[in-house]
Design a protein around this ligand. Structure first.
Ligand SMILES: [Zn+2]
Ligand SMILES: [Zn+2]
Length: 118
């Protein structure tokens, strides 16, 4: 009786060892999560998404980027056919409009908007 218990224990422990050994063998070196160096507050000022750098207009108002916005302006009759954008956003026809939008940027961020890309 005692012997049998003992052998069972041995069996169990050897099984356990076998499982452990198997697991250890199959699992590759656990990939440690790539510790991304927490991006500092350098990018806290990210305004991409609000401001259209390309056109110098808030993105959601940009008739050159959003067909939906463009349509709304067209429907209002606010459209520059020559430059294919809202008349009220056509800096080509009226350079002073640029300032109008720049003022919005300044109001929000307290600094000059980035130069318009061409
Ligand atoms: Zn745009
Ligand atoms: Zn124009």
């Amino acid at each position: 009786m005692r012997m049998r218990l003992l052998s069972l224990a041995v069996l169990a422990s050897s099984l356990g060892l076998g499982i452990v050994g198997c697991g250890a063998g199959s699992s590759a070196p656990s990939s440690s999560p790539a510790s991304k160096s927490a991006t500092a507050k350098a990018d806290a000022h990210d305004h991409s998404g609000w401001w259209c750098n390309e056109h110098g207009i808030p993105e959601e108002e940009c008739s050159m980027c959003s067909p939906k916005v463009a349509k709304a302006f067209r429907d209002k009759g606010d459209w520059c056919d020559k430059h294919d954008r809202a008349k009220s956003q056509c800096f080509v026809c009226d350079p002073s409009l640029k300032e109008k939008f720049a003022a919005k940027y300044r109001a929000k961020y307290g600094e000059e908007p980035p130069p318009i890309e061409n």
